[in-house]
Design a protein around this ligand. Sequence first.
Ligand SMILES: [Zn+2]
Ligand SMILES: [Zn+2]
Length: 363
Amino acid sequence: MQQPNQNATTPPDNGGGDVFQMLWDCRFCGTKKLLGVDHRHCPNCGAAQDPEWRYFPSEADKKTVTDPHYTYAGVDKICPFCQQPNSAAANFCKACGGDLANSKTAVLKVTVSTELGQDVAGIADDVVKQRFEKDLAPAKKGLSRRVMAIIAVIMSACIGLCGGALGLSNSTYDSKLNVTNMSWERTISIDRYESQQGSDWRNEVPSGAYNRNCYSKDRPRQESYQEACGVERVDRGDGSFSQKTKMCTRSRTVYESDTFCTYSIDRWIHNRDLKTSGGPNEAVMWANFAPALTSGLGAEREAGRTETYKVDFQATDNAKNTYTYEPDTDAIWSTFKVGQQYSVKINRLEIPQWDTLKLLAPR
Ligand SMILES: [Zn+2]
Ligand SMILES: [Zn+2]
């Protein structure tokens, strides 16, 4: 059995919170603020209550259920033969006697959440307008489909352009280059074992710390807590609704007495870089590093080595076109000589394809 409650966001509330009566307006005689539980029919004209026309009352119009025998049986069943709403406990329609076995349940109103001190409007929803907007929805969907089609066209155009750029980088031309300069640089990074000052909460002081100086200090901490922040009204589908206090999670800073420490600790920290560099005629070498101390405070050690090699080229037919090749090793770098001529493929983005580099025989 499917529930036709397109308005509902939450299932009916069967317990918790205080229970009050929904209101409804008689659409036949115009009588307003009829009570959802007490008035199953309009006391003025006798028309049956339509669950779709129910609404939440304002604080001033809120009324509890007066019938002492009232119990919540569930969301009303709508008679499939005469549309009369019946109690969920009923098996047969009290208006026409029809079998309620295949009945649908009443449409539920959207749960209403309000901030503290905020009231609800307490007037009937414009059901006619809601139906009209619902009928309009498929038309809007059609429009968005058209928008999607336009976006698809724009995207495919863009892909075409990007493909064009890819084509550019794939197509190459041959160029002749002269080696104009060569350079290299090597760096050894040196760490030194030093005494460092630090400060932290006692439970976070690192092991190995010494010269501790601790004192008591208030430590901030974030704490979450629940706070009443509004009211939630949930349609129970039988002409009543439950009202519950809405709780929100808040956060606040609390301070607790703790211990804060300053300390000393010995650590390896970066001290300096030893650089060597040169041109085409300088032999490639590492800086000479011999630590005075290898243990204890003041000891030094290598922390890493880096090396870069560069070969500068100039196009033979256009001195403005210069390129720099960075070989990975000095073994490759040392095969080049200033004045040598190479051929290379260069793409349309002016990027040389270094894997195509070929030494040309001297003229
Ligand atoms: Zn009426
Ligand atoms: Zn009926």
